[in-house]
Each structure stands twice: as C-alpha cells, then as structure tokens.
Write a protein that binds this ligand. Structure first.
Ligand code: GLN
Length: 548
C-alpha cells in the first residue's frame, strides 16, 4: 500500500502520465491533468507534475501578464507559468523551478555544455542532445514521487513542441510499457444541428501518430458529456478501446473537474493501465477532503473589487483562487469585480460604492498607480476592508505618507524617480542589478509577526513563510514617522517591513509578500480569510445569509 508509513513499492517503477493537447490551446488540458493527479493523490499516491513550456524564454519572469497571465512564484524563487499554480493548488504540493521545463532552459544548458567542451568533436543536435536533456529533466523532477504528470504546453503540430514529443517517444521506449500513459485532450465541438463532431479529434490523433505517439486515453472537451455514439466513433477512428474515451464537460467551477472525471472512471482506468490498481487505497479509505471542500454550500455572497491594470482574469489568477479558497472556508460566494485602476485616478467616481472589500494586487510600472492610491484612500477613510499585496502594500504606505503624514509628492522611487519623499525605495542589494531575469527578491522568506497584532492572530503563529517577488521596499528612513502616525508594521524580516496594518480600521492589511501563492482550496491563506471575515462580520446580518 503506498501510504507514508510503508512507502511506495519501488519494484513497481516510477509512473509517468504524459498529457498532450490537440485542436486548440486553452482547452483546460492542465486542469484535466491536475485533476487526474488529484484523484491519484486521493488514492494514496505521491504525485508530482512537470509543465513543459515550449517557448524560448528561460522562465516566465520577464513576460507581460497582460499577454501571458500571471507570473507564478515558487518557494525556491522560480518564476513560472501560471499552470504550475494550478498543479500546486490541485495537488497541494510545493514544486520547484525544475518542474517547469522551457525551451530556453534546455537550449541554454546544451549550448553552455557545448561551449565548455562537453561534446568535444561531436555535432550538437536536437536529437539526441536536446531530447536527452529534456528526458533528464523529466526524470529528475519526478524523483521522490510515485507518479509524475507531465503536461506538454501548446498543441500537437506546433513547431516548437516537436523536440518534446520526440523526447517523450524515446522516453516511452526506455521505460516499461506499464510505467507510461499517454493522455490526449482534444475539443469535441457541436455542429449547427447539435451533433458532437469527432473529426478534429481524429485529425489531431493522426498528427500525434505521425510522430510515433499513440494515445492510451482520449479526453474530449465538450459543452456536455460525450454521447455513447461519439465515444464509440472516437475509439474506432483513433484506435483506443471505447472505455478509454472520457469526457470533460463544462463545469461551473474548475475545482469540480476532479469530481466529474472521477465519476467518469478516469482514475480507475489510469491506475489499471499503470498497474497501480492493487496499490491504491480501497475506495472507502480514499481522501475525500477535496470533494467535501469544493462542494460546500455557501450561505451568502460578498462583493470584492480587484483594482488592477492588467484587464485579464488570468493576470490575477492566484488572487481570484485565494478569494475562492477563503470563501470556501467562510462559506460565502465571492463575487469578484474587476475595476480598472486607471479609471479611478480622478477620484473613485462611485465605482467602489457598495463593494464590500477591495484588493490591490501586485504590479510593476506607474500606469494606473494613482487610481490604486485613490482606492486605498477611499478604503482607509470609509472603513472598507482592504487587502494590499506587494505593490498594494507599497502604495498603502505612499497613500498614508501623502494624506496622513502630509508628505506631498511622496511616492515609490520605482514610479517617480524625482519624488521628494521616496517612502518606497530600491532594496539595497538591487542597486547593482542590471539583468532583468530572475534578479528580484524572490521566493520564500520567513517573516516575524509581532505579538498583539492582527497579522499574528491571523497566522496563529509568531512567524510565517510566504513567497516574494519585488525590487522595492519601505524606506527605513520613514518608518519612525509612519509608526508615530499610527501605521503598525506587524510583520518584519530583519529590518525589512513585510506586513502593515491600521489598528483602528475594520481591516486594513498589506503584505510585501504574495500570500496568494500559498493558498490552497483546502488550506485558505490567512490574510484572505481575515479579509472575508472582516467583511462578513461587518455585513451581518444585512447581506450574508440575509435579504437577497
Ligand atoms: N514593483 C514593485 C517592486 O518591484 C512591486 C512588485 C510586485 O507587486 N510584485 O517592488
């Protein structure tokens, strides 16, 4: 039995589930993959994941959130694709930078080795040198786990993805058949007359087979579950048993996907194929925490405004998810409103009227910052709960310096180089930094939480360890004045300010770190729980469980 007590029987070999996608991107391939992993974890296995991003960037750190969505930060400081956030949330694990394989990383390593003379005399080629490096990375990331889910980003047929698919083909040859499973996720659209169409799936499997890969399982993304006839047709044309064709229909909430695919029997099929059926916990003993958590009935609704500048839901995905997690814990639905910070610059214009709480997310550059400062002022003056994250924390200091301390023109040196009062200034160790990639203060750092403060109460501990991604911090020169005027720095790391709060306010909390990266559906993040708690307390009994 693969429990922690006895460990996984190594003679079974490490298992790999390779997940590819066809027809188009954005099908929720990662969610299907993460859901498969969740079910295997529920059955007692140690599951990890690798996300392959075939782009040439070394990491996601230099990418614009407006185009690519949020940059997710790992505990080791890796700046990675937001899909890794989904894996961490679904599997409740902490991944490392090695779990995100990019073309930039692979080629950089191979070229550096070539320069160092490691391949002396040989021609360095995609096959075998690049493919070998890809395989090595997958094997290393899988170490210590029973099952490793490997998702190949993009769609089969993309030029950039070719070396990866070739590497997987070789990989499958090198391992035992029952250690490898290929899952292919495709789109099954409806025709005008309401028929589920299988041709796109057929074509995409044909493409896959032309490069030597035969899927073991096909998952069809469709508005509704696949009809029996559709499944039979896919099975026939794609050369898999009908029982290997699963549907992944639209659901109201991604956290329900594991429940849907479990009802379809995907987990049992995967375990059978990988020879794990006899090793899994018997049904009655499996972990049901996920199902219980995500199906919790809510008892009311609260409205939260997210004041940001990247008008794309994915740019703030971890914050959205963290609000959801806290909502699951507090049993409230969180209606998240997007408010464009640039629209708030000349006064809040009524856009925040009636919202129950405001979140100011992280960000870079000056666009939209005055609107965020206005939103913070509104929350401070009107006693509206506020959660400021990273840049949101920094701008809370700016707002307080300007409007409470009366320091005209106070700003962050990042946003106004000529400010007479740089209340937020460059971290001293950043002064010599020139490269933009991977050079911020990144990853998990411990924060001391001062006794008698809200932060200490929320975390229920004297320290917390959260993830960071910043170049600027509160300028130590201004701390005595800020404190004298009533701002409390309740979390510190050495002489670095990490958490601020205003004691006479229902909830005014800012964190230099990003608590959203450690929030999980089954373990909501304390600053988010506290935020909703303050809203629910203020609202009772009027809105929550109340009149509407
Ligand atoms: N731009 C700010 C800094 O670099 C805040 C960063 C963030 O919000 N992640 O310190």
């Amino acid at each position: 039995m693969p429990t922690e007590q006895t460990g996984y029987d190594p003679s079974l070999g490490r298992k790999f589930v390779f997940v590819t996608g066809g027809v188009m991107s954005g099908l929720g391939k990662g969610i299907t993959a993460a859901s498969t992993g969740r079910l295997l974890a529920n059955a007692g296995f140690d599951v990890t994941a690798v996300k392959i991003d075939p782009y040439l960037n070394v990491d996601a750190g230099t990418m614009n959130p407006f185009q690519h969505g949020e940059v997710y930060v790992l505990k080791d400081g890796g700046e990675v694709d937001l899909d890794l956030g989904n894996y961490e949330r679904f599997l409740d694990i902490d991944m490392t930078f090695d779990h995100n394989v990019t073309t930039g990383k692979v080629y950089r390593e191979v070229i550096e080795k070539e320069r160092a003379g490691d391949y002396l005399g040989r021609t360095v080629q995609i096959i075998p040198h690049i493919t070998d490096d890809i395989k090595r990375r997958i094997r290393e990331a899988a170490e210590g786990s029973d099952v490793c889910i490997v998702e190949v980003g993009g769609t089969v047929g993309d030029i950039e993805g070719m070396p990866y698919l070739e590497a997987l083909r070789q990989f499958a040859h090198e391992e035992d058949d029952d250690d490898i499973l290929f899952t292919h996720v495709t789109l099954v659209p409806y025709s005008k007359n309401g028929e589920q169409k299988t041709k796109p799936t057929q074509h995409s499997v044909k493409e896959l087979r032309s490069i030597g890969l035969q899927p073991d399982i096909l998952v069809g993304r469709c508005e509704d579950p696949l009809e029996e006839e559709t499944r039979e047709k896919i099975a026939l044309f794609c050369d898999v048993p009908t029982g290997a064709v699963f549907s992944n229909p639209d659901v109201e909430d991604i956290y329900r996907v594991p429940l849907v695919v479990e009802d379809e029997g995907l987990d049992e099929y995967v375990m059978d194929h990988l020879g794990l059926a006899g090793e899994a916990l018997p049904e009655g003993q499996r972990d049901t925490t996920w199902r219980e958590t995500v199906t919790r009935e809510s008892e009311g609704e609260v409205e939260v405004a997210l004041v940001g500048k990247y008008g794309l839901e994915d740019a703030y995905i971890s914050i959205h998810e963290s609000l959801k997690h806290a909502g699951l814990e507090k049993r409230v639905d969180v209606d998240r409103q997007w408010v464009h910070s640039e629209d708030l610059a000349d006064g809040h214009d009524g856009q925040l009227d009636g919202v129950d709480g405001v979140v100011i997310p992280g960000g870079f550059g000056s666009r939209g910052t005055e609107g965020k400062v206005e939103a913070i002022r509104y929350c401070r003056e009107q006693d509206v709960p506020l959660l400021g994250l990273c840049l949101g924390f920094q701008l809370s200091v700016v707002e307080f310096a300007r409007n409470v301390l009366g320091l005209e023109g106070a700003h962050s040196a990042e946003l106004d180089e000529d400010t007479p009062h740089p209340v937020i200034d460059l971290l001293p160790e950043q002064k010599e930094t020139e490269d933009m990639g991977g050079t911020m203060r990144l990853g998990a750092h411990e924060t001391d939480l001062q006794a008698g403060t809200l932060a200490r109460e929320l975390y229920g501990a004297s320290t917390c360890t959260e993830r960071h991604r910043h170049r600027y911090e509160v300028n130590p020169e201004y701390i005595p004045d800020l404190e004298a005027a009533g701002m409390v720095f309740s979390g510190t790391s050495g002489n670095r300010m990490e958490v601020l709060e205003l004691p006479d306010h229902p909830y005014f909390l800012g964190t230099q770190f990003h608590p959203e990266f450690r929030s999980r559906p089954t373990r909501a993040s304390p600053p988010f729980v506290g935020f909703l708690d303050a809203i629910v307390t203020a609202e009772q009994p009027a809105r929550v469980g109340g009149d509407d």
